[in-house]
Design a protein. Structure first.
Length: 201
């Protein structure tokens, strides 16, 4: 596989996984032991994505914006998970919740926008692979600050979405703990009730 395609593989995987989750957006089991797998994958994809693309200029302006985006994402993720409704099946111990698809759609859209711009405007971040190789006439250049600003805001949006997914997973994990303990208490009470006839005899 040519090297120039390598930076595009991970975003395509992200979009594929996100698409599958959206198509199956129904009440889902809360798998506490695997709840951080998807956010962890998104964090790795985000780090690699931003690592391959240099900081937009002026970098000193974008760093505080990115930090604000991360903070806003954490708050949004907490609030979105905090207002979800959870259900517990006391017999099986299954915990279910219906996740809002907004954050999932947002992060997929931002990955598509970022790498679409990287494909069309390689001069913005030095991409070795561009759409210009597929057209006879050169693609017109955008104003100097325009593409860089779009890239900067796209990066901030990706960081926002990444932080939101992590905060939502962490808050979901916290909210699942009382339900897990409630199920254990239910099983213990059921076991104690089953012992009573034998003890009285």
């Amino acid at each position: 596989m040519p090297k120039e395609f390598a930076p595009y593989i991970l975003p395509l995987i992200v979009v594929f996984i996100v698409g599958r989750r959206l198509m199956n957006n129904k009440p889902r089991k809360v798998r506490v032991n695997r709840i951080f797998w998807f956010p962890g994958f998104i964090i790795v994809a985000t780090v690699l994505t931003l690592w391959w693309a240099p900081l937009p200029k002026p970098w000193w302006l974008w760093i505080p914006i990115d930090l604000v985006a991360v903070g806003a994402g954490l708050v949004t993720g907490f609030l979105s998970a905090h207002h979800q409704e959870f259900a517990l099946n006391y017999e099986t111990g299954t915990i279910t919740s219906k996740a809002t698809p907004v954050g999932t759609i947002l992060i997929a859209a931002l990955f598509v926008v970022k790498f679409g711009l990287k494909f069309i405007l390689p001069d913005v971040n030095g991409s070795p692979f561009s759409a210009s190789g597929y057209f006879d006439s050169p693609i017109p250049s955008a104003p100097h600050n325009g593409p860089a600003s779009i890239m900067g805001w796209t990066d901030a949006g990706i960081l926002f979405s990444c932080a939101m997914l992590f905060a939502r997973a962490f808050t979901t994990w916290l909210r699942a703990q009382p339900l897990i303990h409630a199920h254990k208490d239910h099983l213990e009470a059921k076991a104690d009730a089953a012992k009573l006839p034998g003890d009285s005899a």
